[in-house]
Design a binder for this molecule. Structure first.
Ligand SMILES: Cc1ncc(C[n+]2csc(CCOP(=O)(O)OP(=O)(O)O)c2C)c(N)n1
Ligand SMILES: [Mg+2]
Length: 303
């Protein structure tokens, strides 16, 4: 089990950077680099991280960052992995780090190609559930009911399940995480580092300005995403699903907190009627029904 003491005191993203206060994606990146360490190259497409990572000579980053086009995180990570292999360089982590837009939308073709080829890098999608860098437009990872500048009455469609799409590619390791549970995330990343091939982690990263909540509530909201069951923490490897962290105890509906507790703290859900909130609760219940089925099936001994 990963403990706080396992996290180095070294910082690879320095404070005083351009992230908004309470930014969970900055927290996720900070933890990720503490686990990956100094022998890491990060490639990022256009996203909030391009902003916080800054411009020379003011960059807070202590490892190399390659800024690439919006669609290209996985393609550039593939190229770097090939280059390191050709040069015979070992022990260097390549991290493709992209937002939900850069992953679930415009970047999914490059990511799918890299997954099909099982390229040797770690890809982390930090999911703040919209295009935040450009002012909160909806993405396919925006949940149903959320108000964005392009879904002014609330998004009608459900959130795209990218981790499940990655599992369908049969890559060696897929996991979900949440910025409010940094040790769970760190442990998954540490495991991912021991595996060769494409490893995918999808980390939910609450966004105070985009989700419209006060900056000091980031961790509380992240925890509620998990304890209400809206976001499930799990790992998938060798064809098996395993629940992790607080999600372990939540397979039964009665153990999950009412979704309303999560919704009502966020301005983006402020316009929901009682009826609409009920539909979202049903979405969460359905998501668990499906997940429980996968859990059961993957636990069954093969015939
Ligand atoms: C081809 C292209 N279209 C649009 C943009 C403008 N753009 C830059 S960042 C961004 C949104 C990124 O969203 P996401 O990947 O979710 O990251 P976040 O900003 O939320 O961190 C957009 C639309 C761009 N850079 N390139
Ligand atoms: Mg985003």
């Amino acid at each position: 089990m990963f403990t706080l003491k396992d996290l180095t005191v070294e910082e690879y993203i320095l404070p005083g950077n351009a992230a908004c206060s309470g930014c969970a994606s900055a927290l996720s990146l900070r933890i990720a680099l503490k686990v990956l360490g100094p022998r890491t190259i990060v490639t990022i497409p256009a996203c909030c991280t391009s902003v916080l990572q800054g411009y020379y000579p003011k960059s807070p980053a202590r490892v190399p960052f390659l800024n690439t086009a919006f669609a290209s995180a996985a393609a550039s990570a593939s190229g770097m992995a090939a280059a390191l292999e050709i040069k015979g360089r070992e022990g260097i982590n390549i991290l493709g780090w992209a937002g939900d837009g850069g992953t679930a939308d415009i970047g999914i073709q490059g990511l799918s190609g890299a997954a099909e080829r099982n390229e040797n890098f770690i890809y982390i999608c930090y999911d703040n559930e919209a295009y935040m860098n450009t002012g909160t437009q909806r993405s396919s990872a925006t949940p149903r009911g959320a108000v964005t500048t392009t879904t002014v009455t609330g998004k009608a469609e459900r959130k795209k399940d990218v981790p499940e799409i990655m599992i369908a590619h049969d890559i060696p390791y897929v996991a979900t995480a949440c910025a409010a549970y940094p040790l769970d995330f760190a442990e998954k990343l540490r495991k991912a580092m021991t595996i060769k091939g494409l490893r995918y982690i999808h980390i939910l990263s609450p966004c105070p300005p985009g989700w419209r909540f006060p900056a000091e509530r980031t961790v509380e909201i992240g925890k509620l995403a998990v304890t209400t069951g809206a976001w499930i923490l799990y790992e998938w490897m060798d064809d098996k699903y395993v629940l992790t962290g607080p999600s372990k105890g939540l397979t039964e509906r009665s153990r999950r907190r009412p979704l309303k507790e999560y919704l009502m703290l966020q301005g983006r859900f402020g316009k929901l009627s009682e009826e609409e909130a009920k539909v979202l609760q049903e979405d969460v219940d359905l998501q668990w029904e499906r997940f429980n089925r996968r859990l059961r099936e993957s636990a069954e001994p093969s015939k």
